[in-house]
Ligand binder design. Structure first.
Ligand code: GLU
Length: 290
């Protein structure tokens, strides 16, 4: 039997905080208990926000915590060709369409529809309004002309086509720390026609994560509850791309004293700051329950 494979997949767009330490330690702990492998992946597709010094700090912080991972580390920015190939596959299957809308176009369309109907426009699990579908109906000739003329465009998953190509129920296995498992039915339609290739980069978080988990042979994904709803979309992409679906565990998030989740954007204290204040790796592990 092949060994279970776990991964911790941080983005180098800031310093790691306690929430990352928890996720990394939990992955490594699962790998140890399941007699599995532990991989590290650097998710740096967002080349405008990711910085080499943050990547270097990730290695330092994780090693300081006492973690060891297999080499080589997969760095997403080295693998755009893999994401492009997966996108071509989706395109070839008719699962995506180009979208030329700006944020403003989308906001205006939704405001009009809300004014007409008197109802609030539906939102996705992250709270963003669902795409109103403007470009879905654009004739292929017109879209092709715009692309040839260099018009900026993203690519969206066509929800209706996906339903046909990957008829449900789309299921995945969820596992818990005590080894219990159950089956969950994914509901990708609650994301509407999600962006799968962004305007400014030739992929998206969703596409890259699915391709990499498959290429790295990840069998068990352990990540925060903030990504639980995204799993619905990942399971759909796996089905459309004929990739295996790993098992998933979404852990609770660490909160700051105000009850907000720790985040780089909220300037939560970094592991480096805690270290400078005298925290030891042992104290951090204990504080996080390891
Ligand atoms: N790169 C993502 C993050 O830092 C994690 C992605 C994942 O585990 O699927 O939040």
């Amino acid at each position: 039997m092949t060994k279970p494979v776990f991964r911790f997949a941080p983005s180098p767009n800031g310093r790691l905080h306690l929430g990352h330490a928890y996720s990394a330690l939990l992955n490594a702990d699962f790998a140890r208990r399941f007699d599995g492998r532990f991989l590290l992946r650097i998710e740096d597709i967002d080349i405008t926000r990711c910085r080499p010094e943050f990547e270097a700090a990730i290695y330092d912080d994780l090693a300081w915590l006492g973690l060891r991972w297999e080499e080589p580390v997969r760095r997403q920015s080295d693998h755009f060709a893999d994401y492009r190939a997966a996108f071509q596959r989706l395109k070839g299957r008719g699962a995506v369409y180009p979208c030329f809308c700006t944020r403003r176009d989308i906001a205006e369309t939704i405001a009009c529809r809300e004014a007409e109907s008197g109802e609030t426009w539906p939102r996705d699990p992250d709270g963003a309004p669902l795409y109103p579908g403007t470009c879905r109906a654009m004739p292929a000739g017109e879209a092709g002309r715009r692309i040839a003329a260099g018009a900026p465009h993203a690519w969206r998953l066509d929800g209706a086509a996906s339903d046909r190509l990957a008829p449900g129920p789309l299921r995945f296995r969820r596992f818990e720390r005590d080894g219990r498992e159950d089956a969950v039915t994914a509901q990708p339609r609650r994301w509407g026609d999600a962006v799968i290739v962004r305007k400014e980069i030739p992929t998206s978080y969703h596409l890259s994560v699915v391709v990499d988990d498959a290429l790295q042979g990840i069998t068990h994904v352990v990540r925060g509850q903030d990504l639980e709803a995204a799993t619905d979309l990942h399971v759909l992409l796996q089905s459309l791309l004929d990739l295996p679906t790993p098992r998933y565990h979404h852990h609770g998030l660490l909160l700051d004293p105000e009850g907000d989740k720790l985040a780089k954007s909220r300037r939560s204290k970094s592991l480096a700051e805690l270290r400078e204040e005298g925290a030891t790796p042992e104290a951090i592990r204990r504080r996080l329950g390891f």
